[in-house]
Design a protein around this ligand. Structure first.
Ligand SMILES: Cc1ncc(COP(=O)(O)O)c(C=O)c1O
Length: 431
């Protein structure tokens, strides 16, 4: 056994997978991770949807190195630091309409908690509405608004004042063949949740514009417009959790842009700095002004190196048209996967936006989740040198979320390996 794997067993706390994948990563570049033995893996998960501009993107690394030679930390909320100001200005230009002021933190959960705090301070209200199948982080506050028992188990009870509304997951709804109706009915259900499950003291509704951990669920096009009518009626803020769907992943800089609505607070992390730890929430000035002196700070938040990396990352995305490439290559990959679906009853649905793609595996026409099969597919892909994620509330969705610079030959290779994996799993089922 490798020294690193043994040290993990002895000294590292790991609390997610039954066993950490036996890959000891040594270095990475573009879409490839190389292990300590020199074996290359095609990374179709991008470090959980983080390195959108590719592993060790040269422009991002150069910007980070230049910043490291100048200043690593002095506290960006006590002193003025140039990369923080420049990045905040950049975000004001690319964020949805009206969102011009940003608070920087270190990770997704921290930013979500900050957005929740700010929404309460601004609105003077205290409750939240979140959605089934959602995931917003692993701190206590973010688990309180996460709609998935699998993620919450052994940690309850959670914060009071949170109500949950149904997610527009057309495949598993009563409106499987009528997504528009699914969108309408879920927005109507949200109205009922406000009326019957809250005390009319709701600060914000929080949703991922495309659900990530919940299984790459893309809402029907009408859903968020209908939801916004309900929110406006009751004066409830809309927090868009773009921690996973942001930064060109879905073919737009932010996924919410697909749905014709503007959030009040946009939360980002993961893809913001191509792997450097950073998160942000961006909002309108009048909401930002709800923070008064003493209200909020993060020691490492707005780290100058991460901010310099983020700025270079966003400039790379714009220069290389990563949103456009995500759309084109995502459509190409989904078309190929749908071809595969025709010969593979294990594939229940191929869905996605851009290069945020989920393949839901099912055992039969009743859509019984093929959870063990999804794990077996991931393991087969790993043996073939291709890395993917598995998610979904039933653990039966294969997640393709590669770096957005992935090439067509690399996509072809991943899908061929996926076809082999499906064939292996089907064969196992028959012995
Ligand atoms: C939509 C969403 N929100 C929040 C988080 C939490 O982010 P972090 O793990 O950086 O705390 C995640 C992480 O996967 C996420 O996918």
């Amino acid at each position: 056994m490798s020294d690193t794997i043994q040290k993990y067993k002895d000294y590292v706390m790991t609390g997610f997978m039954k066993s950490v994948v036996p890959l000891v990563a040594d270095h990475a570049s573009g879409c490839t991770i190389t292990d300590v033995n020199g074996r290359e893996y095609l990374d179709c998960f991008a470090g959980i949807s983080v390195v959108n501009a590719g592993h060790c993107n040269p422009q991002v690394i150069a910007a980070a190195k230049a910043q490291m030679d100048k200043l690593v930390h002095c506290s960006s909320y006590i002193y003025h630091v140039q990369p923080v100001a420049d990045l905040a200005e950049k975000l004001a230009h690319i964020a949805p309409r009206g969102l011009t002021k940003t608070f920087f933190g270190n990770g997704g959960a921290e930013a979500i908690e900050g957005a929740m705090k700010l929404a309460r301070l601004y609105s003077g209200k205290h409750e939240f509405i979140a959605l089934h199948a959602s995931f917003h982080g692993r701190s206590w506050g973010t688990l309180s608004i996460t709609g998935n028992m699998g993620r919450k188990k052994r940690g309850g009870p959670y914060a009071p004042g949170v109500a949950f509304a149904p997610v527009p997951y057309a495949l598993r709804s009563n409106w499987r063949n009528d997504p528009e109706e699914c969108g309408r009915q879920c927005a109507k259900a949200l109205d009922e949740v406000v009326r019957f499950a809250t005390s009319c003291d709701v600060a914000a509704f929080i949703a991922e514009p495309v659900w990530g951990e919940g299984g790459i669920i893309v809402p029907p096009p009408n859903y968020f417009k209908e939801v916004k009518k309900v929110l406006d009626h009751y004066g409830i803020l809309f927090i868009a959790d773009e921690v996973q769907s942001g930064f060109a992943r879905t073919g737009k800089m932010f996924a919410v842009e697909h749905f014709g609505v503007d959030p009040d607070i946009l939360v980002t992390a993961k893809g913001i700095a191509d792997g450097f730890p950073l998160s942000a929430y961006t909002t309108r000035p009048e909401i930002a002004d709800a923070y008064k002196p003493g209200d909020h700070l993060s020691t490492f938040g707005g780290n100058p190196v991460s901010c310099a990396a983020a700025l270079a990352n966003i400039e790379f995305m714009e220069k290389e048209n990563l949103p456009g490439r995500a759309t084109e290559n995502g459509n190409y990959a989904m078309a190929k996967l749908r071809e595969l679906q025709k010969q593979n009853p294990l594939i229940g649905e191929v869905r996605g936006l851009g290069l945020m793609i989920g393949v839901e595996l099912v055992k039969d026409e009743k859509l019984t989740p093929a959870t063990a099969e999804a794990d077996a597919v991931r393991e087969s892909l790993f043996r073939q040198g291709v890395l993917v994620g598995v998610g979904g509330v039933y653990g039966n969705v294969i997640r393709f979320q590669p770096p957005l610079i992935i090439t067509r030959p690399q996509i072809d290779r991943a899908i061929e390996a996926f076809a082999t994996a499906l064939a292996e799993v089907a064969q196992l089922a028959h012995v």
